[in-house]
Design a protein around this ligand. Structure first.
Ligand code: SAM
Length: 334
């Protein structure tokens, strides 16, 4: 009987987020950090070996991310390989949606269960200002993806004075199109924390000194001027978001607040970069290379050892309140 994957705080690690490329077809100004690493990408067989080994010690949920994951050639083939691993019961992708018209059908046939689509503005000019891309492309991606996937989640990073006035539009857009929207707080990237890193927020909470940061607490109170928001119990949490019901109808909206309300205590995840490094915590420094064991005779046992080691390196909480992060979102994939 193999030992289940747990960290030193007894948090069970059941969720692996896998970046399949650092490349992206958009340039979100808040994400692009870090140069291009020179290492080659893990092959699909190498990724599948890692997932199979993880599945033996409790990994059951996989999210594929990037860069932009849909840029990785033959991505549906990877989804298919992972979906054949018996213990994996949930495979999702986070994407900017631009390539969904070409790939949604194939991804569904390959066994993809769910899609998160990142969309920061419903105004074409603002959308372009944030990431240089075309809003029409992602809207088309959403329309096509809806033919194949239920319950698509839209992730919107809230940026003060750029898109924070669009939250209501997002709620209406989600209602009209039968989508679920989640509002994400803007996080700092490596090298972005300022000195002093933090300032006091409106309710005495410390927020990092990015003038574009808006806490979800403030966003919720702004939205309450227009909607009745009923907080759902934490039993419905299922992940990092806090959920609210809008106007007591069936529409749910989510708030992900890693800066103002860290959820490290409930963390059940680790990350794998496209270059074969395990990252125990999104904002932590630790990197554990798996590359050298992937072709060993006893590779499965060696991968399992590395996974346990990585879990043992998980930190109690992120250190954003001290202005510390090693996160390079574009490499790690969120
Ligand atoms: N390209 C894909 C996409 O756009 O969804 C996947 C990779 S992207 C890094 C994953 C998610 O991280 C996106 O929803 C993006 O908005 C979010 N993200 C990136 N940088 C962020 C930051 N500094 N703060 C909050 N969210 C961020």
């Amino acid at each position: 009987m193999l030992k289940i994957l747990k960290d030193n705080l007894n948090r069970e690690i059941t969720y692996l987020r896998i970046s399949v490329t650092p490349d992206c077809n958009l340039q979100c100004f808040y994400c692009a950090a870090g140069g291009k690493p020179v290492n080659s990408l893990l092959s699909f067989d190498e990724i599948t070996k890692i997932v199979s080994a993880g599945a033996k010690i409790g990994i059951s949920k996989i999210r594929i991310t990037g860069g932009e994951p849909l840029l990785r050639e033959n991505l549906p083939e990877l989804v298919k390989q992972i979906s054949q691993i018996h213990e994996i019961n949930d495979i999702s992708i986070t994407t900017n949606g631009h390539l969904l018209p070409q790939l949604a059908h194939e991804l569904k046939s390959a066994g993809l269960n769910r899609l998160n689509i990142s969309l920061d503005s419903l105004d074409p000019k603002i959308y372009k200002k944030i990431n240089g891309g075309s809003l029409e492309n992602v809207l088309k991606g959403i329309r096509i993806a809806k033919k194949y996937f239920d319950n698509i989640r839209i992730n919107m990073v809230v940026i003060k004075d750029i898109n924070d006035n669009e939250a209501e539009n997002f709620i209406e857009f989600a209602k009209e199109n039968d989508l679920t929207v989640r509002f994400l707080e803007l996080m700092p990237n490596k090298g972005q924390s300022t000195n002093p890193p933090f300032l006091k927020g409106d309710r005495g909470i410390l927020y990092y000194c990015n003038p574009q940061f808006l806490s979800n607490e403030t966003l919720i109170s702004n939205l309450q001027e227009k909607y009745i928001l009923t907080r759902l119990s934490d039993n419905e949490k299922n992940g990092s978001a806090e959920w609210f019901l809008v106007d007591n109808f069936s529409q749910k909206i989510g708030f992900i607040s890693p800066v103002s309300k860290p959820f490290c205590a409930d963390c059940n995840r680790m990350r794998l970069t496209a270059f074969g490094e395990l990252i125990p915590c999104l904002h932590g420094e630790e990197r554990i290379s798996l590359r050298e064991v992937l072709h060993a005779d006893n590779y499965e046992a060696e991968i399992i050892k590395k996974l346990h080691f990585a879990a043992s390196q998980k930190i109690t909480n992120h250190q954003l309140d001290k202005g510390k992060t090693s996160c390079e979102m574009k490499i790690i994939g969120g």
